[in-house]
Design a binder for this molecule. Structure first.
Ligand code: SF4
Length: 541
């Protein structure tokens, strides 16, 4: 098959905050030095920002470094955090913590829409001559031996059987001296590279699934910049997670709930947990009379420092959420992603000067990371999430002690177990939750409010290696957890005309959260990029 070929110096995969910041810093630095390089970014969403979802509080430390003290003129923000509270919830009470835990202090931080920030960065980069290819999903990495030499983008116009249809267009082979993987959480190319080259960190990566909603509410209930976080109900002591409420204005709030995927309960449903949380008197009172504007879902890489894969090698770097740089103790990943992009850019400037993109030269990224405030910040909370695998109260106590000593004790690695290995056999029934369509919603409504669309005439981008296991072993052992953990009703055990059971994959609902790729206990599900660059539309989220 004839494929178009394109060569650039630097290829970024994914237009999230890490790669956009990297491209900006790289282009600016080269311009200041009177040098040039061909820089390209490929993005799987139809537009930059479409697939970007974040809770929405940004520590400005990295953007101040990137743009200087006038950074607020460069990117959009909703406003500064003006006050914050943390609650422990029971089914009926929201008990305020006497003090806000130090890691949750948000003084000096800003409420933002990350998708809007990414769109603004895209405009800047295009004006600087960076090539941005939207709707260009990366299908696979190109190798010369074990050296990454670029990316093959997805073929477009395949029919349901994966065969070329009338509008078929083969993907492009994009070659680069260095390929930077900033695909975000559970990146599909990053996953394949980590597997192929054995780059996994000492601990496995673990994830939570975050469900986010934007609501318009009557005035007078919150003030702009008000922030709430909560732990507790509807989670139990064995389940890690919590909620947020960020007031974007007096009448618009971002709310959400992140639930860890390591609880072992095969009936656990992150989407339903969020809906249940909204029925708490405190949240119901906030939202009553308001209206849901948008919703979305995404996994959050929670493993932190010890779950970082080796982030450099011949011809590649791995940055941002793909590199496990989110600081789960602070519930923040925007500033860490941006800083990692800046470190990647500085590394590449050096590589370009010497025309050396081997692992030895690219390892500069790792040493700069360890010496930077980013490395220090992540080291400080290196075992944060592992302590919580011992239960909510034990985790709170151990982390409290570690924090008291500023991260100077408990420095050795505490092992984590992977989410998919935590799943226990089903021994309790599912409890479907009734929704009212006003405060609580079903998953299909969630898909609608995420703007998720995929062309139906294409192969499913959710690939199950052996669907017979779904209706035999998985049904017996776990009761098909995919029907619970997927927030978009993609997986359905259907009854065929012959009365037999079969797995039905409603792939067009998929909001690209990657929960299935993480939580499937048999690891038979692989999330791949769709051929139509479809997916959610999170602009403004
Ligand atoms: Fe998320 Fe997988 Fe469901 Fe898609 S199919 S919405 S990636 S859990």
């Amino acid at each position: 098959m004839e494929r178009e070929q394109l060569s650039v110096d630097v290829l970024f995969v994914g237009a999230g905050p890490a790669n956009l910041a990297a491209a900006y810093r790289l282009a600016k630095t080269l311009e200041a030095q009177g040098r040039e390089a061909e820089i390209a970014i490929i993005e799987k969403g139809q537009s930059v920002g479409d697939h970007i979802l974040s809770g929405g509080i940004m520590d400005p430390r990295a953007v101040e470094e990137l743009f200087g003290p006038d950074w607020r003129d460069e990117i959009p923000v909703d406003g500064p955090v003006r006050g914050e509270s943390v609650f422990f919830m029971t089914e009926t009470l929201a008990i305020p913590f006497p003090i806000v835990p130090p890691t949750l202090h948000n003084e000096g931080c800003y409420i933002v829409s990350l998708s809007k920030i990414c769109a603004a960065l895209k405009d800047k980069l295009e004006a600087m001559g960076v090539m941005i290819c939207e709707g260009f999903p990366g299908k696979e990495l190109l190798f010369d031996g074990d050296r990454v030499v670029g990316v093959r983008t997805m073929d477009m116009g395949l029919d349901r059987n994966g065969q070329p249809g009338p509008s078929f267009q083969p993907g492009t082979d994009m070659f680069a001296k260095v390929t930077v993987l900033g695909e975000g959480t559970r990146g599909s190319l990053t996953k394949s590279l980590v597997d192929r080259l054995g780059l996994a960190g000492p601990n496995p990566q673990i994830y939570g699934t975050g469900i986010k909603e934007i609501w318009d509410i009557p005035a007078g209930r919150v003030y702009p910049g008000q922030v709430w976080h909560s732990a507790g109900w509807p989670l139990t002591n064995d389940q890690y997670g919590g909620s947020w409420m960020y007031a974007m204005s007096e009448t618009r709030v971002s709310i959400g709930f992140v639930s860890a995927l390591d609880s072992g309960d095969p009936t656990f449903d992150p989407y339903q947990t969020m809906q249940r949380w909204k029925t708490h008197p405190k949240i119901k009172g906030l939202l009553e009379g308001g209206s849901l504007v948008r919703s979305g879902a995404k996994t959050v890489p929670e493993g932190g420092y010890w779950s970082r894969p080796r982030s450099f090698g011949d011809g590649f770097l791995i940055i941002g959420d793909s590199g496990s740089l989110l600081n789960i103790a602070r519930l923040k990943g925007i500033h860490t992603a941006i800083k990692s992009g800046m470190l990647a850019a500085d590394t590449i400037v050096d590589c370009l000067a010497l025309d050396d993109f081997g692992a030895g030269r690219l390892s500069l990224y790792e040493s700069m990371f360890e010496q930077s405030w980013l490395g220090e910040e992540l080291r400080k909370n290196r075992n944060f999430r592992a302590y919580f695998q011992q239960g909510f109260w034990a985790g709170g106590l151990l982390n409290g002690i570690a924090m008291l000593f500023g991260g100077r004790i408990f420095r050795d690695r505490v092992p984590l177990h992977a989410d998919c290995e935590a799943m226990k056999p089903a021994h309790w029934g599912k409890e479907p939750m009734a929704v009212d369509g006003k405060l609580t919603f079903d998953k299909v409504t969630g898909v609608y409010n995420a703007g998720a669309i995929h062309e139906e005439q294409q192969p499913s981008h959710l690939v199950i290696a052996d669907t017979s296991i779904c209706v035999t072993r998985c049904a017996e052992e776990y009761g098909n957890p995919c029907e619970s953990f997927c927030p978009a009703d993609v997986y359905e055990i259907a009854t065929g005309d012959d009365g037999g059971k079969r797995m039905q994959i409603n792939f067009s609902n998929c909001v690209h959260c990657k929960t299935c790729d993480v939580a499937d206990p048999y690891q038979l599900i692989t999330w791949t990029v769709p051929t139509d660059a479809g997916g959610p539309k999170y602009m403004g989220m």
